[in-house]
Design a protein around this ligand. Structure first.
Ligand code: ZN
Length: 78
């Protein structure tokens, strides 16, 4: 995935506004917002995405290891 860029100065962005694609480098984020709690740190977002993938992967391997219970069989049959 390409690095996001600061929409103000074009440097590599470190923070994005939650729920938008507006991203800022650390300097601009501090200058414009002061409070970084409003922003989502990109590193964390990527970490969360990786954790989510790991959780999904572990769930998949659990499901293949576990016996299919009655509810799952109903879903497959329908
Ligand atoms: Zn910037």
């Amino acid at each position: 995935m390409a690095h996001k860029k600061c929409i103000i100065c074009g440097k590599e962005a470190a923070y994005c506004i939650k729920g938008t694609s507006d991203c800022y480098c650390e300097d601009c984020a501090k200058e414009f917002f002061g409070d970084l709690d409003l922003l989502e740190k990109i590193d964390q977002a990527e970490k969360q995405a990786k954790q989510l993938k790991q959780i999904l992967n572990s769930n998949i391997s659990q499901n293949t290891d576990d016996k299919i219970d009655d509810n799952d069989q109903d879903l497959i049959e329908k």
